[in-house]
Design a protein around this ligand. Structure first.
Ligand code: ADP
Ligand code: SF4
Length: 687
C-alpha cells in the first residue's frame, strides 16, 4: 500500500487541455537510437508507461532538414513519412493512461547539417556551436525565412497531432533550441522586430505558440522547455528568464525548466547532488498560473514531495531516474520504495548518445534492449531446463547475474571472496565523489537478500576443487580484473624501462588504503575515464603534490561522453594538480620519470617520489582457465562461462550488462551464427 505521505505525487493535474494522471513527468531524453532504431525506442518508452509515468516525452525531434545534428541520432519529423514511427511511439506512451509528448527541435546555430547538406539557418549567423567545432557557419534568418520556420513548426505540430501526441514541447534549453537562441542576447544580435528588447526577442516564441494552438484547435498542450540560466555576460540569465516568465506567464500550458547547458543540467553525481537546480527554479511558480516542471536527478520520494509541498515544482521531471528505473512511480504507489533502482548519476546513458551507439544504463540493464532482446526492467523469462548455477564473484557482474537468475527461478549460489558483496564498487564508492556508485551493489544486494533461491556465501574464495565439489550444473566466473602496474595500455603496448627503486602503485593499492601519503606523485593516466582524476583528488587530500600525465590533449578525454571533461579539467587545475597533457612516460627512473611528448617525442624529466599507474586492467581469469583444464573432472557441470571484467574489463555498466546477458541466455537454444539482437533495416526504395 502507498505511504500516504506520497499521495501528493499521485494527484492529477491539468496541463492546458490535458489531464496528467500524476506528477511523474519523463522529460525528453535522448537514447542513441532515435530514427535508426524506431522499435527499440518505442518499446523503451512503453516500459515507462507501464511503470506509471504520467507524462512521457520523446527525445529531440528535428522538424526540418535545414537543421539537423548529425552525427547525433535523434528523431525526425521532416514529412508525413515520419509519422508512422512516431504514431507507434505515441500509442506506446499512452498505453497505460499517461500522456504522450513530443519535443520539437530546430537547432539553428547548433545544427551543422552534415547529413542534409542544407545551409544552416540561425537567429544570427556565425560558426556552428557544436561539441566538435564543425568548420561550418550558419546564415542569418531573414524575414521570409522566419515565416518559413513558423510554417515548419506549424507543420510539425500538425503532424505531431496526427501521430496522436497530447503535448508538444518547444525546445529552448541547453543552448540547443532556436527558442533560446531568439531569447538570448548571446545568440540574437538582430536589429529588427525579433531582436533587441526582451519583448522583441520573445516575438518568435509567441508566434509559434499561437500558431500551434490554432493548428490543433487548442487540443494539444504546449510545453516550453527553457534553460534556467545561460552563463556569460550576454547569456539569457536566470533574472531575464524570470522577467520573461512574468511577462508571458500564460504563454505555454506548462513551463519545463532545465539548468543552463546540457553539462550543467545533466551533471554527474560526482559533481552535482540531487535537486541541484532548486535555487534557480525556486520562486518561478509565483510568476505564472501554469504548472512548472523541473529536473534534479530525483530518486527519493521524500525529496519529490518536498519539491511540490514547498512550491518549487508541480511536476517531478526525470530523465535519468526514469531510465534507471522505469517503474519508479509504480513502486512508490505500491509502497515498494526500497525496490527503487536508483540512478547512480554516472552518465553512461548520455555516452550512448554522444558516441552515436545505442544508450545503455549501469543500473537498468534492460534499457534499449526491451525490443532488441526482449529484456524487461522488472520481469524475467521463466527458467529453462536446468536448475542450479554457481556464480563465483559478487561484483556488479555476479550480483546482476544472481539477481536475474534468481528472478528466473534458478537455484543460485553466489560465492564472494570478500566479507561484503559489491566487488569493485565496494572499493570505488569510497573514492572522492563516487559514493553513489555504491547503489549498484546496494540495490542488488537488497533484492537478492529475501530470495529463497539465492544463497550467498561471503569470505569464500573458491578454488578449482571447491567449484568441482559444489556440483552446480552451470558455473559463471565473475572474478573481476586487476589494475596493471606497468605502463601498458593504449599508448605503450609493451612495458617501458623501469627502475625497481621507484615505488609504483595502482588504483587497487589506493582503494585498499595503501599508496603514498605526502610527497610528489606522478599519475600516468592512459585510461582516460574517471579513475585518474578521482585518484588525483584523493592524493591531494592525502597531502601529496600531484602531477597528472596523460597522452591525450585533454585530461580524462573519454569523459567528454559523460559531459564531465570540462568540469574535471577545471577541478584538477583548481586543486593544484599539475597537468602534463600530450605526454607519456618513456622510462621510470629512481628519482623521477622521463616523459616524451606524444607529438614530437621530445623528452623532459619530471622528478617524483612515487608513480601511480592508471592504465589498464588484467582479467582475473586464472580460476576459469584452471577449471577448463579439468574438464575430465566436471561431473555434473554442463557449462563454465567467464563473464564481466574477468572476461574483458570495462566500465561498471558493461559488467552489469554481462551479468544480465549471462542470466538471460542460460538454457536458451544455441543461436549459432544468428545475431543476438533484433534490428531494423531501412526498406529499399525502388530505383
Ligand atoms: P565485475 O565488475 O566483473 O563484477 P569485480 O572486480 O567488481 O568484477 O568483482 C569481482 C569479485 O570477484 C570481487 O568481489 C572478488 O572479491 C571476487 N572474487 C575473485 N576471485 C574469487 C574467487 N576465487 N572466489 C570468490 N570470489 C572471488
Ligand atoms: Fe543513471 Fe548512470 Fe543509468 Fe544514466 S546510466 S540513468 S546516469 S545509472
Amino acid at each position: 500500500m502507498r505511504d500516504p505521505r506520497y499521495d501528493i505525487l499521485f494527484q492529477p493535474l491539468q496541463i492546458g487541455p490535458k489531464l496528467a494522471p500524476n506528477r511523474f513527468y519523463q522529460v525528453p531524453h535522448c537514447n542513441g537510437g532515435g530514427y535508426r532504431d524506431p522499435s527499440a525506442v518505442v518499446e523503451m518508452r512503453r516500459t515507462k508507461a507501464e511503470g506509471g509515468w504520467g507524462v512521457i516525452f520523446t527525445e529531440q525531434t528535428e522538424i526540418h532538414p535545414t537543421s539537423e545534428i548529425t552525427p547525433f541520432i535523434e528523431q525526425h519529423l521532416w514529412d508525413d513519412r515520419d509519422i508512422p514511427a512516431l504514431a507507434r511511439m505515441a500509442e506506446a506512451m499512452k498505453s497505460h493512461g499517461g500522456l504522450a509528448g513530443i519535443q520539437l527541435a530546430y537547432s539553428g546555430i547548433n545544427g551543422p547539417n552534415l547529413y542534409s547538406r542544407e545551409v544552416p539557418l540561425a537567429v544570427s549567423g556565425g560558426p556552428i556551436l557544436t561539441f566538435t567545432s564543425d568548420p561550418v557557419q550558419a546564415r542569418t534568418l531573414d524575414r521570409a525565412d522566419i515565416r518559413d520556420l513558423r510554417r515548419w513548426f506549424r507543420n510539425a505540430v500538425r503532424r505531431s497531432h496526427q501521430a496522436g501526441f497530447d503535448l508538444v514541447c518547444l525546445y529552448g534549453a541547453h543552448g540547443f533550441g532556436i527558442f533560446q537562441h531568439f531569447l538570448s542576447r548571446a545568440t540574437n544580435l538582430r536589429t529588427d522586430e525579433y531582436g533587441g528588447s526582451l519583448e522583441n526577442r520573445a516575438r518568435f516564441v509567441r508566434e509559434v505558440v499561437e500558431e500551434a494552438r490554432e493548428e490543433t484547435k487548442g487540443e494539444m498542450a504546449i510545453s516550453l522547455r527553457l534553460s534556467l540560466h545561460e552563463a556569460g555576460k550576454l547569456g539569457f540569465s536566470n533574472a531575464e528568464v524570470r522577467d520573461f516568465i512574468q511577462m508571458h506567464g500564460d504563454l505555454p500550458d506548462i513551463w519545463d525548466l532545465a539548468h543552463g547547458t546540457w553539462e550543467q543540467c545533466s551533471g554527474t553525481s560526482r559533481f552535482k547532488p540531487e535537486a541541484a537546480q532548486e535555487e534557480l527554479v525556486r520562486g518561478i511558480k509565483a510568476l505564472t498560473s501554469k504548472p512548472v516542471v523541473g529536473v534534479g536527478r530525483f530518486t527519493s520520494p521524500d525529496e519529490m514531495v518536498r519539491q511540490i509541498r514547498t512550491g518549487v515544482l508541480d511536476f517531478i521531471g526525470a530523465a535519468r531516474p526514469s531510465i534507471a528505473d522505469p517503474f519508479l512511480p509504480l513502486k512508490i504507489d505500491q509502497g515498494r520504495v526500497e525496490d527503487i533502482r536508483e540512478c547512480i548519476g554516472c552518465n553512461i546513458c548520455v555516452s550512448g548518445d554522444m558516441t552515436h551507439g545505442i544508450s545503455r544504463c549501469t543500473q537498468n540493464t534492460a534499457f534499449m534492449e526491451e525490443w532488441r532482446k526482449g529484456w524487461h526492467p522488472e520481469r524475467a523469462r521463466a527458467k529453462g531446463r536446468s536448475d542450479t548455477v554457481l556464480i563465483v564473484g559478487g561484483g556488479p557482474t555476479g550480483l546482476e547475474a544472481a539477481l536475474a537468475l534468481g528472478k528466473r527461478g534458478y537455484q543460485v549460489t553466489l560465492a564472494e571472496a570478500a566479507r561484503s558483496l559489491g566487488g569493485r564498487v565496494t572499493a570505488e564508492r569510497g573514492l572522492p565523489g563516487l559514493s553513489a556508485w555504491g547503489r549498484v551493489a546496494d540495490y542488488r544486494t537488497g533484492q537478492i537478500a529475501p530470495m529463497a533461491n539465492v544463497e550467498t556465501y561471503l569470505d569464500s574464495r573458491l578454488t578449482v576443487e571447491d567449484v568441482l565439489a559444489m556440483g552446480a550444473e552451470h558455473v559463471a566466473i565473475a572474478t573481476g580484473a586487476t589494475w596493471r602496474r606497468d605502463a601498458v595500455a593504449r599508448l605503450h603496448l609493451a612495458p617501458i624501462p623501469t627502475d625497481p627503486a621507484m615505488p609504483i602503485w595502482t588504483p587497487d593499492d589506493l582503494m585498499a588504503g595503501g599508496g603514498p601519503v605526502g610527497g610528489r606523485v606522478v599519475i600516468y593516466d592512459d585510461d582516460h575515464f574517471y579513475m585518474g582524476s578521482v585518484l588525483a583528488e584523493l592524493l591531494v587530500q592525502r597531502g601529496c603534490a600531484v602531477d597528472l600525465v596523460c597522452p591525450a590533449a585533454k585530461v580524462a578525454e573519454w569523459t567528454e561522453n559523460t559531459l564531465e571533461q570540462a568540469t574535471i579539467q577545471r577541478r584538477m587545475l583548481e586543486i593544484g594538480v599539475m597537468l602534463h597533457c600530450s605526454k607519456a612516460p618513456e622510462a621510470i627512473e629512481a628519482g623521477g620519470v622521463t616523459l616524451g611528448c606524444t607529438w614530437t617525442g621530445r623528452e623532459t624529466f619530471l622528478p617524483c617520489d612515487t608513480v601511480l599507474m592508471v592504465t589498464s586492467r588484467t582479467p582475473n581469469d586464472a580460476l576459469y582457465h584452471a577449471i577448463m583444464a579439468r574438464q575430465a573432472d566436471w561431473g555434473g557441470i554442463q557449462t563454465v562461462k567467464l563473464i564481466g571484467d574477468a572476461a574483458a574489463p570495462g566500465p561498471i555498466a558493461w559488467a552489469t550488462y554481462a551479468g544480465r546477458r549471462y542470466a538471460e541466455e542460460l538454457d536458451e537454444p544455441d543461436r549459432g551464427d544468428a545475431l543476438s539482437f533484433r534490428r531494423e533495416i531501412a526498406e529499399l526504395a525502388a530505383i
